[in-house]
Design a protein around this ligand. Structure first.
Ligand SMILES: Nc1nc2c(c(=O)[nH]1)N[C@H]1C(S)=C(S)[C@@H](COP(=O)(O)OP(=O)(O)OC[C@H]3O[C@@H](n4cnc5c(=O)[nH]c(N)nc54)[C@H](O)[C@@H]3O)O[C@H]1N2
Ligand SMILES: Nc1nc2c(c(=O)[nH]1)N[C@H]1C(S)=C(S)[C@@H](COP(=O)(O)OP(=O)(O)OC[C@H]3O[C@@H](n4cnc5c(=O)[nH]c(N)nc54)[C@H](O)[C@@H]3O)O[C@H]1N2
Ligand code: SF4
Ligand SMILES: [Mo]
Length: 727
């Protein structure tokens, strides 16, 4: 008898590894993923996907994946346990911590992949709010919180993520972003390479400000700027605009123009050139050209956010756009606009707060209810009221991603309870009491949140699970619900309501029944700006209608403009160009850069095409071709340190040292080295990653409160002072 033919199914889905969320088609057979390929019918990605998206098959089917609840034994190895056993024990131990030390001693760290699904973020947030946690942390303090704080100061709305109108702009000033590799961040544009080319194609310009001649810079106009000097450069550009009267009247939109003008006055380009490495004449021309362009937009990403002045730099980028009349208009910088107004709800119930509470260590303001992850180590080890004692890590690997890994690693060993939800046993959760098997992006339904609101084309897509969870994997939100139940804690009870609870309790009281994340999102969708209003708006959106369009729906070719008044939440309805925090930060500028002759070079980060932060180095497809961890070094710096291409180098900072490979290249500005992030593997479970470990750049970075960026508590991960030693 011949074996019965196995039927293969093609399922429409989208990638949730990074922000473009490219359309994918999954081939599934007998409940297993066979392959992934780009979705040609996806209106935005149109048949494009990157190597990581395709290689997700390796992750989905990885024999190293965690598929059962794992409990750590005394000797550090893990044993498989039943879900019931794990949840009972976690609930009991958490109850004990809460009884003895209060809910404030419980915490959570939320990693980057968690931002690509709605359910675990919303439900774990509710869980933490109910328990009274005072310890929420996320990858944001190593990524984008400075952007959120700039938005809070400018617009009164921390969740606002203004983004460049790539489809219509005549002038894109790009500062500290490398979208040809990163595929774009805080702007959703799956075909960003084409979008940039089209700007030039229609006679416009793309100018890249970056210390490295990156993949993106090589294709466009590159201005090499010294690391962490962008604040001076932007202040000088604004100085020129004011000095030469190139700004426009924006009184209807903004207040504080005169204050901004006086803040920029002490920074003529001739004064800042030594600091930035950019000629005064170049800065003057750049400012004039930006102002003269029919439309222009200034955009920054991690290179803008991860220095000593990330909030100020993000603020100045928008200020530049605003004073040239380019805010909230076609071709300029657009205001983010969600189809499912989760962020708006958050703003309304004040869960997107800034400075509503302060951290126990370092006295930092909260950003969206979270504190700097750099403080976690000290929060665990510093005794006293509110000490962090029980930690949940959802989709994160902070031992590699947070500054001063060594400190965090040793602190994690001292927790009373440490629980992680992940696909792998990584460098962080190998120290956890429990590693719980999470569902992958293909094993859960999804709806767009967060970065989806930064799309130049107004677009919405939902997706259903492509696969049943492998093994015993479970969605995080169900596990949180179950832990709460076994602790006798009602997630939607009244009481000290914070964050989303107020709204959810309200919905629950109105008899919507058992609230699930999906129901909540369905309600928000229906009552949102494009929703069906329960039938009041014909052709409006609901989950059923979304389901009928698996490749997604283009709601408008262009994201809306003229919506500034709707998104600004300051009482006077205006953009604030004169916040006192910004004036204070400008006053601090010079003091934050002590020259230390022991560490004469500056290190910056670099993202690699076939990496995704720390978690795709176990994919055989992505690791093909003898990949290694190499630091890019300018020939002059290499010669001075006696280094050879392909050799080894020891990189030393005030906080630690690492050894890595040498790649000599003149794409660096002299005095700057670029070290890839996300390496340094010695996790519990990923064999291939561990076999090509590389070095962990965050052994060089600082978690001292006084070294964090002042306004948002951002980790300073670019512009790290180092020296090179030959080995
Ligand atoms: N020096 C330096 N440090 C940096 C940066 C830098 O440029 N330089 N960049 C920073 C930035 S921008 C970021 S975003 C952070 C990232 O920091 P983190 O979010 O802490 O780390 P990741 O490496 O993204 O690890 C994500 C973890 O989530 C797991 N995972 C993947 N998908 C899922 C899922 O669907 N569910 C669950 N439960 N788990 C999943 C992976 O297995 C992995 O263990 O790193 C930051 N650190
Ligand atoms: N292939 C791949 N794609 C990714 C990721 C990945 O790991 N791999 N990670 C994803 C994540 S989590 C994020 S947050 C995004 C980030 O998206 P991007 O920010 O676009 O990515 P980066 O490549 O880090 O680009 C930052 C740029 O800033 C430059 N830079 C560093 N310091 C400075 C400075 O002081 N001033 C200026 N002007 N420039 C500076 C760097 O040289 C670099 O070119 O990428 C996402 N996409
Ligand atoms: S660019 Fe990002 S979203 Fe698109 S396929 Fe690659 S990893 Fe997935
Ligand atoms: Mo990130």
């Amino acid at each position: 008898m011949s074996p019965s033919p196995v039927t293969e199914e093609q399922k429409v889905t989208y990638c949730r590894i990074c922000e473009p969320m490219c359309g994918l088609i999954a081939t599934v057979s007998a409940g297993r993923l066979v392959s992934l390929r780009p979705d040609r019918d996806h209106p935005l990605s149109k048949g494009r996907a990157c190597p990581k998206g395709i290689a997700f098959t390796d992750v989905q089917n990885d024999p190293d994946r965690v598929l059962h609840p794992m409990r750590r034994r005394e000797d550090g190895t893990f044993e498989q346990v039943a879900w019931d056993t794990a949840i009972d024990d976690i609930a009991a131990r958490l109850s004990a911590v809460v009884a003895e030390h209060g809910g404030a001693s419980v915490g959570q760290y939320f990693g980057n992949p968690a931002a690509f699904g709605y359910a675990s973020s919303v439900w774990s947030g509710i869980f933490m709010a109910r328990i009274g946690s005072r310890h929420l942390y996320s990858a944001g303090s190593q990524d984008i919180n400075s952007r959120f704080v700039a938005s809070k100061l400018l617009y009164g709305a921390a969740s606002q993520l203004p983004f460049p109108d790539l489809l219509r702009t005549d002038f894109l000033l790009m500062l500290g972003a490398n979208p040809l590799v990163s595929h774009g961040s805080a702007v959703r544009a799956p075909r960003i390479k084409d979008d940039l080319a089209a700007i030039v194609g229609r006679g416009g310009r793309v100018v890249v400000l970056d210390p490295r001649r990156t993949e993106t810079a090589r294709h466009y106009e590159h201005i090499a700027v010294r690391p962490d000097s962008d604040a001076w450069l932007l202040l000088s550009m604004l100085h020129v605009l004011f000095d030469e009267g190139l700004h426009v009247d924006i009184d209807h939109q903004a207040r504080g123009l005169e204050t901004l003008r006086s803040l920029c006055a002490p920074f003529p380009p001739e004064q800042t050139a030594a600091r930035t490495g950019v000629d005064a004449a170049v800065v003057r021309t750049l400012a004039r050209d930006f102002a003269a362009a029919p439309s222009a937009t200034a955009y920054g990403r991690t290179g803008a956010c991860l220095g000593r002045h990330g909030t100020l730099v993000s603020f100045l980028l928008d200020a530049l756009t605003a004073v040239t009349g380019n805010l909230d208009r076609p071709g300029g910088t657009l205001m983010s606009h969600s189809v499912i107004p989760l962020e708006e709800m958050g703003e309304r119930v004040d869960s997107f707060s800034y400075g509503k509470t302060r951290s126990r260590i370092g006295d930092f303001p909260d950003v969206l209810g979270t504190f700097p992850a750099a403080l976690m180590a000290d929060e665990i080890t510093t005794e006293g009221e509110g000490q962090l004692r029980a930690l949940f890590v959802v989709a994160g690997n902070p031992v590699l991603s947070v500054p001063n890994s060594a400190a965090l690693e040793s602190a994690l060993r001292r927790l009373d309870l440490f629980v992680s939800f992940d696909l792998y046993i990584n460098e962080t959760n190998r120290l956890a009491d429990y590693v719980l098997p999470a569902t992958t992006m293909l094993e859960r339904d999804d709806l767009p949140i967060a970065f989806a609101a930064c799309s130049p084309t107004l677009f919405v897509q939902s997706c259903e699970p492509v696969l049943e969870p492998y093994g015993e994997a479970r969605p995080e939100w169900e596990v949180y619900s179950e832990i709460a139940r076994r602790m006798g804690m009602a997630l939607f009870a009244t009481g000290p309501l914070v964050r989303f609870n107020r709204v959810l309790a309200w919905l629950d009281r109105r008899g919507i029944g058992r609230m699930t994340p999906r129901r909540l999102m369905g309600l928000l969708l229906r009552t949102g700006p494009h929703g069906d209003l329960f039938g009041l708006r014909r052709r409006g959106l609901n989950l059923t209608r979304l389901g009928e369009h698996p490749h997604g729906i283009v709601l408008a070719q262009h994201a809306p403009t003229g919506i500034l008044a709707d998104v600004v939440r300051h009482a006077d309805g205006k953009v604030h160009l004169d916040p006192p925090q910004i004036a204070a930060e400008i006053a601090r500028l010079g003091r934050k850069h002590p020259a230390d002759p022991r560490f004469p070079l500056l290190a910056i980060g670099i993202r690699e095409m076939r990496s995704q932060n720390s978690w795709m180095h176990n994919s055989p497809t992505l690791m093909k071709g003898d990949r290694r961890h190499n630091t890019r070094i300018h020939p002059a710096d290499a010669a001075a340190a006696g280094l050879v291409d392909g050799g080894r180098v020891r990189i030393v900072s005030e906080h630690g040292k690492i050894e890595t490979g040498v790649l000599i290249t003149d794409e660096m500005v002299a005095g700057t080295v670029a070290i890839p992030q996300g390496w340094g593997h010695r996790g519990g479970g990923w064999h291939l990653a561990n076999a090509v470990p590389g070095a962990n750049v965050n052994e060089l970075t600082s978690n001292r409160p006084e070294d964090l960026e002042a306004l948002a508590g951002m980790a300073v991960l670019n512009g790290v002072a180092v020296r090179l030693e030959s080995v």
